[in-house]
Design a protein around this ligand. Structure first.
Ligand code: ATP
Length: 235
């Protein structure tokens, strides 16, 4: 489904990603774990076209190279990003935020079905469709952000630190909701500092350090790996 071959990204002279290769198969949930500044957001920004990367960057979705496509063209191609900090519109209602995700041509004919699917995944949102998003809890706002991304019926959903800034209770609720999304066969590439939770949700994981992939394995193997536990899972 999604393949990345030798992706490098720079901020001026600073190389934030250095030859990153990874793949996500259809229906898989894959985590990228890494400390602050490892390059996780840069990776997702590069895939979604928010950041220019070197020409040789082979980002391929369903066999189609994405190089040269703008961010909105990548949404049409099947990539949806839920950015760090969510990017929801607080003054607008849940319904309005969700329908903003339905603008791509690929999604418009299906918007009613997609809305129904999102509301089945996040039943809490159904009762709140007319509520302004700013009046909702951080966890609920994150569900709106994920729901909006799902309204474009993406082939791959990119999630950037969805649990950031949420209370422990809301983190649990969010991961329960993500479990439902996973069960609905959505393909997900997830970057998270909450490594344990994200691996519990995932099929496989990659370890990113200073812009390089330094390891990869099944999520179960990573959860049981001594070195991974020490470095990423808090011992
Ligand atoms: P975090 O969890 O803190 O967001 P991250 O793993 O997502 O970390 P990135 O945000 O991708 O990391 O950053 C990777 C590296 O690139 C870091 O060294 C960071 O300081 C640097 N960087 C990120 N954004 C910029 C920018 N706009 N200009 C210059 N350097 C940047």
């Amino acid at each position: 489904m999604l393949e990345i071959n030798g992706l490098s990204a720079w901020y001026g002279m600073h190389k934030a990603l250095d030859g990153v290769s990874l793949h996500v198969a259809k229906g898989e949930v894959v985590s990228v774990l890494g400390a602050n500044g490892a390059g996780k957001s840069t990776l997702l920004r590069s895939i979604s076209g928010l950041m220019q990367v070197s020409q040789d960057a082979g980002i391929v979705l369903n066999g189609q190279p994405l190089s040269g496509l703008k961010d909105f063209e990548r949404v049409e191609a099947g990539i949806a990003l839920v950015p760090e900090g969510r990017g929801v519109f607080g003054e607008l209602t849940v319904r309005e935020n969700l329908f903003m995700g339905a603008y791509p041509k690929r999604a418009r004919p299906q918007e009613r079905n997609n809305l129904e699917r999102v509301l089945q995944l996040f039943p809490k949102l159904r009762e709140r469709l007319s509520q302004a998003v700013r009046t909702m809890s951080g966890g609920e706002q994150q569900m709106v952000a994920i729901g909006r991304a799902l309204m474009s019926a993406p082939d791959v959903l990119l999630l950037d630190e969805p649990s950031l800034g949420l209370s422990p209770l809301m983190v649990s609720e969010l991961f329960k909701a993500l479990e439902q999304v996973r069960k609905a066969d959505v393909t997900i590439l997830l970057v998270e500092q909450n490594a344990r939770r994200s691996l519990q949700l995932s099929d496989r994981g990659y370890l990113l350090e200073q812009g390089r992939i330094v390891g990869t394995n099944s999520a179960a193997a990573l959860l049981n790996d001594e070195a991974v536990r020490k470095a990423y899972l808090g011992g």
